[in-house]
Write a protein that binds this ligand. Sequence first.
Ligand code: F0G
Length: 360
Amino acid sequence: MSAYKGIIETYRQYLPVSDKTPLISLQEGNTPLLPAPYLSGLLGAGFEVYLKYEGLNPTCSFKDRGMTMAVSKAKEESSKVIICASTGNTSASAAAYAAKAGLKCIVLIPAGAIAMGKLSQALIYGAKVLAIKGNFDDALDLVKEISAKHPITLVNSLNPYRIEGQKTGAFEICDTLEAAPDYQCMPVGNAGNITAYWKGYKEYKKNGKINSLPKMLGFQAAGSAPIVKGRPIKEPKTIATAIKIGNPASWKQAEAARDESGGLINAVTDTEILSAYKILASKEGVFVEPASAASVAGLLKLAKAGYFNKLTTNDQRLTTKIVCILTGHGLKDPDRALKTIKPPKTIKADLKTVLKEIGY
Ligand code: F0G
């Protein structure tokens, strides 16, 4: 039997693991790279858009790629407790992998500011969840201090094993396309994931698996765009709660990914995010959480501004391939869907009324 065993087994040669590393896996990774015909059509001839649907990981976000590594290494190092700050997804993932590993998990979340699906996950997986009267950045400062002073492993993306695991997203994209894409669009919050993807692409190129590197295009929410503005944002605001972050931990690395790749980090408004959120669901059949839609909001914003046309006029190849990373599942934040679309009409339970409503 050669059943899929998760990202560590699949990409072992690229990861800092040994025979002594216990494998704590929920068979994360191996997510679909969906062709997106509607979005490709919006960009026009010569463009192929793909969606890397990371919402189909075991806890429904990309964090599982990093968490299988961070928790396996914590277990190898005989740690008994892990801790993280989170806008929701990291806490859900940490809690699940801690449960599997038999470790204690502590999570600090900004009170009232994480989506319901994520909170319910962290709780049911058995984490000790503390809602602080502060934002994500305050929570991160606290867990950094706690893990520095106590025998507790930090599993935010400051933990280098998180980045190692998450870089496998880039490997999968290249394995599927049999080349690197020309551009990659992704949301940027604490900036670990853009750091991880860029590392992955560079390693694959160094190992001769790909010949070129993509331009990295990162998108922050306009009300939470410290990298775009060039200064920390004290009170970040956005409906995309996952990326409501004012002082990203991997700020410098995100700038390096942007600059080394010749890409950019731009801002998208909540209106643009919600528009992309609806397009993804209603035209591509892919339900994501709002933060994930920032990838596609950014893609559409740049396309409208003529960004892609300008950069590809001298390109001899027939198609320009653009991958959008869809970081989390739509069911993480069902409230947002219900707030965005009109609720169903309640009608009488008789045939005539139903037929009339549906136009027959
Ligand atoms: N998309 C989703 C759905 C996220 O949950 C996050 C981050 C990001 C994008 C941004 O990734 O931080 O690596 O730049 N969520 C973290 C959390 C902060 O606590 O769940 P990043």
